[in-house]
Design a protein around this ligand. Structure first.
Ligand SMILES: Nc1ncnc2c1ncn2[C@@H]1O[C@H](COP(=O)(O)OP(=O)(O)O)[C@@H](O)[C@H]1O
Ligand SMILES: Cc1ncc(COP(=O)(O)O)c(N)n1
Ligand SMILES: [Mg+2]
Length: 570
């Protein structure tokens, strides 16, 4: 409790010390306020003086600099939901979803369930007065941006929630009208329906029923197809929420997970590929919490729904094979992003020289010419059979390059193909690429070695036996040697020819990949030089300066594989 106190000598002293923190032009104003003394407060519990309003008043008037610490407003979601002892849905899913989306989450528990992957064994509903008390504790003290509701098991709880929302308005309300668990157990009965429809939905920015819940809200109208979902969304919108998202996770015979969003004017169909997994327990709670989290950060409803749906798809895909519990429906892992860092190092053991067989090197100029993104080009190359990829982006902006590198890494790893970054150690570190390729004027390989984790691949471009020797001393894994033939991708590049390549291979203790003007018509001649440590060919134009990268890669892959086989037979 805070009440007003008269100015005392001690307080004035304290104010003087505050004054020293303020710019000089605010001093006269400060002392005017001290004289009126109406703003001085004291905390009755601690007896500490709090010249808080003073600081606030002056802060409100400040024109430019102030020594006040900048406020760090943390986006905040309050979830009003039930506890799931199994940790997959309810409050537990909401906390994990918000944490994964970097948003603070406070919790008001409406019920405690005894629940696992088999089903719901028991439900203990919180008394409505105690729900009201929890709501007041959080909303009267904390700066909540968005309230998200889940299991609301009694009409009294719906009523006290609506009262609290009117007393403490928030930026947005997300209502997940939880009624039946995925296991088929009832979590809220028909007695809450009137309160939901008449009191809560009109306050909601978005309501997120699954197909069963949409049907129950509409008094039993069947919802079995995407067109039923559209019709249901429109009818539920008439109950007052600003947006309706009918979720199609449980839509029968659908190879996609389609959700329908109606914003009062038009429909958006949000489509994700259906992940083949038993681990979908908690998807509804997580989706609603992610939407709430994105709204708390300031996104629009459509942006929030898109981000939330993408999060679910990625999380389900990442955890599709995990096994938690013995029941039919398991929980999934919300923190896939953390573990990905661990798992994404392509191979912990040593570099495999056979990966040099068909080495695709990207070129931003060629991608621009053909109107392709780096990741589309890389995807086509790995689909066509490239065995290693190097991103060589000499002119890209750092942030753009990093985003592209992350996307390419994901693509390459889904095909078990390592990804290297040309020159940019910072990008390689930031995206956790499998290694780097360095030119003679880039960072020396022995320095790069100290920066990169053990096991990360280092390749070095070499034109002379001395450079090849140095690369070996520096701890490189392979050398790239060329230009074997004249090329346009590198200015002023010296052509070493087939003889130069052979000389380098013989001098090198490391595996070699040939580079420079290599294409289907000369790949055999290159591979036939008959030196065992020549492991493959690196190609830029013959893949990326072509209409169909995938077809060219397939073709070249066949030719280079045949050449290697012949070499082995010989
Ligand atoms: N197997 C799946 N693959 C991809 N997305 C899914 C899958 N199952 C559910 N979803 C998505 O998860 C979200 C929750 O959907 P749904 O399961 O219908 O809700 P609830 O969990 O409330 O029953 C929706 O965006 C839905 O499309
Ligand atoms: C406490 C609680 N709240 C919500 C759900 C719904 O989640 P799902 O539909 O994924 O089973 C649940 N099972 N338990
Ligand atoms: Mg479900």
């Amino acid at each position: 409790m805070v009440r007003k106190r008269k100015t005392s000598a001690i307080l004035v002293k304290k104010i003087m010390s505050y004054a020293q923190l303020l710019p000089a032009h605010l001093h006269s104003q400060l002392f005017k306020q001290v004289r009126s003394s109406s703003f001085l407060c004291q905390n009755s519990k601690t007896n500490q003086n709090i010249p808080r309003r003073l600081v606030l008043n002056v802060q409100a008037d400040r024109s430019s600099a102030t020594m006040q610490k900048p406020e760090m407003k943390v986006p905040h979601v309050l979830t009003v939901a039930g506890s799931d002892s199994g940790g997959g849905a309810g409050i537990q899913a909401d906390l994990k979803a918000c944490a994964a989306r970097q948003v603070y989450c406070s919790t008001v528990v409406t019920a405690v369930t005894a629940q696992n992957t088999v089903g719901v064994q028991g439900v203990d509903i919180m008394p409505e007065d105690f729900v009201a008390e929890q709501l007041k504790s959080v909303l009267s003290d904390m700066d909540v941006d968005v309230v998200k509701t889940g299991m609301l098991p009694s009409p009294g709880i719906v009523r006290v929630l609506c009262q609290s929302l009117r007393e403490f308005p928030v930026k947005a309300l997300v209502v997940d009208p939880v009624m039946v668990s995925t296991s088929g157990d009832a979590l809220a009965g028909p007695s809450v329906l009137d309160g939901l429809r008449e009191e809560l939905l009109p306050l909601a920015n978005i309501v997120t029923p699954n197909i069963k819940e949409a049907s129950v809200l509409l008094g039993g109208v069947p919802v079995r197809s995407v067109s039923d979902m559209r019709a249901a969304a429109k009818l539920i919108h008439d109950m007052g929420p600003r947006n309706v998202l009918v979720k199609g996770g449980d839509l029968p015979n659908s190879s996609d997970a389609i959700d329908v969003l109606f914003d009062g004017e038009g429909f958006h169909e949000l489509c994700a590929s259906r992940v083949n997994t038993r681990n979908t327990h908690g998807t509804g709670c997580t989706l609603a919490s992610c939407i709430a989290a994105e709204l708390a950060k300031g996104s629009s409803v459509l942006e929030a729904v898109r981000a939330a749906k993408h999060f679910i798809e990625t999380a389900l895909d990442y955890s599709k094979d995990i096994v938690i519990g013995n029941g039919a429906q398991g929980p999934f892992d919300h923190f896939f992003a953390l573990k990905k860092v661990h798992q994404s190092s392509y191979r912990q053991d040593k570099f495999n020289p056979n990966d040099l067989l068909l080495y695709a090197v990207t070129d931003s100029g060629m991608n621009r010419k053909w109107g392709r993104s780096i990741s589309d080009a890389v995807k086509a190359a790995v689909e066509g059979g490239a065995t290693i990829v190097q991103l060589r982006e000499k002119h890209a902006e750092t942030r753009e390059f990093l985003d592209a590198a992350k996307a390419c890494l994901k693509i390459c790893h889904s095909y078990g193909v390592p990804l290297l970054i040309n020159d940019r150690i910072d990008i390689a570190l930031a995206c956790n690429a499998d290694g780097v390729h360095l030119g003679q004027s880039d960072m020396p390989a022995h320095v790069a070695r100290t920066l990169l984790a053990p096991g990360k691949i280092i390749g070095v471009s070499c034109k002379t036996p001395e450079q090849a020797q140095q690369a070996w001393i520096d701890g490189a894994h392979y050398i790239g040697s060329g230009g074997v033939y004249p090329t346009t991708t590198k200015e002023d590049n010296i052509t070493i020819g087939i003889d130069g390549l052979k000389e380098l291979c013989l001098a090198s203790k490391l595996p070699v990949v040939a580079i420079g003007g290599i294409k289907p018509s000369n790949v055999r001649a290159v591979m036939e030089i008959g030196v065992p440590n020549l492991k493959g060919v690196a190609v830029v134009s013959a893949l990326f300066d072509r209409e169909c990268i995938k077809t060219e890669t397939e073709n070249l892959h066949t030719l280079v594989s045949e050449a290697v086989l012949q070499k082995k037979r010989a």
